[in-house]
Design a protein around this ligand. Structure first.
Ligand SMILES: [Zn+2]
Length: 114
């Protein structure tokens, strides 16, 4: 499961961040996940529940904000949101695109108690 690997890596950072902020309990973690990452939110939540067991993040709520895939066409310059995995410019049909967003994978915030 791809999600488990990704969540395990993120979780290490979450714990380190919580420790350096002297948190004794983590209640909520917010993530930004680009749709281009192909990570299923429900599988991420499942993985999070499993890796956070017996840690200060046990029972914490995982909030996942999915970021749309935005592309810029290198032919005509149009910026658009990719839908249905169609990687073609919606104006001129060019396949020469540059990713603006959608590859995101970051921890937006960690909430907890000191
Ligand atoms: Zn175009």
């Amino acid at each position: 499961m791809h999600e488990l690997t990704v969540v395990s890596n993120i979780f290490k950072i979450i714990l380190e961040t919580a420790e350096s902020n002297n948190l004794s309990k983590i209640s909520k973690v917010s993530l930004k996940v680009g749709r281009q990452r192909h990570l299923a939110p429900d599988l991420m939540k499942f993985a999070f529940d499993s890796v956070s067991k017996n840690t200060i993040a046990s029972g914490a709520f995982l909030d996942i904000d999915r970021v749309d895939i935005k592309m810029k066409c290198l032919s005509c310059g149009l910026e658009f949101t990719v839908k249905d995995n169609t990687y073609l410019c919606i104006s001129c049909g060019s396949a020469e695109l540059e990713t603006i967003s959608g590859k995101d994978l970051l921890i937006e915030s960690i909430e907890g108690e000191v």
